[in-house]
Design a binder for this molecule. Structure first.
Ligand code: ATP
Ligand code: MG
Ligand code: MG
Length: 146
């Protein structure tokens, strides 16, 4: 049914679940999985310590890029451990919702798999802003998991 899936990861437990689900869905059809992450400055701990003068802007940018690559590489290795042969990781840039939707369009995936909530899981809402907006605006199917 699905030949190409996109999984959006942010390092949260729910995005780990999304990756597991995507691997399960991909296995039955030997589908390809694309794993994407959009670095978010406001969720980067080093950048949140600016006020303390702990890090410079430049080193933070580099650190953010390195952390993002590591997050994506880790997810790729998890998918491979799950027996997925066709898997590719992408660090994408821009506002996360727009970047995820654009990447899904460019790759022509059948479905986006993501968590209902992510790292910003502070309120009682079921859906985070990224999963909410992607569900509304994506051209392809969207599966969210809690
Ligand atoms: P909010 O960010 O609105 O405060 P939240 O962090 O709880 O709330 P979302 O950000 O919507 O919720 O996260 C839901 C899912 O969206 C995550 O589980 C993940 O699959 C995906 N996601 C969120 N942020 C990113 C990102 N920067 N890059 C890739 N995927 C993301
Ligand atoms: Mg956010
Ligand atoms: Mg979030």
């Amino acid at each position: 049914m699905y030949t190409s899936l996109l999984v959006a990861v942010d390092g949260s437990k729910q995005s780990e679940k999304a990756l597991t689900l995507a691997c399960y869905l991909a296995q039955s059809n030997q589908a390809k999985i694309h794993i994407v992450h959009a670095p978010e400055v406001l969720q980067h701990p080093a950048i949140m310590t600016w006020g303390l003068g702990a890090v410079s802007l430049e080193s933070s940018r580099e650190e953010l890029a390195a952390m993002s690559s590591k997050l994506v590489e880790h997810a790729v290795s998890v998918a491979k451990e799950q027996g997925i042969n066709q898997v590719e990781g992408h660090v994408i840039y821009g506002e996360p919702t727009l970047a995820i939707i654009k990447q899904a369009d460019n790759l022509g995936v059948d479905v986006i798999v993501m968590g209902c909530r992510g790292l910003g899981n502070l309120s009682g809402l079921v859906m985070g802003s990224v999963s909410h907006k992607v569900s509304h605006s994506a051209q392809c199917g969207v599966i969210t998991i809690r």
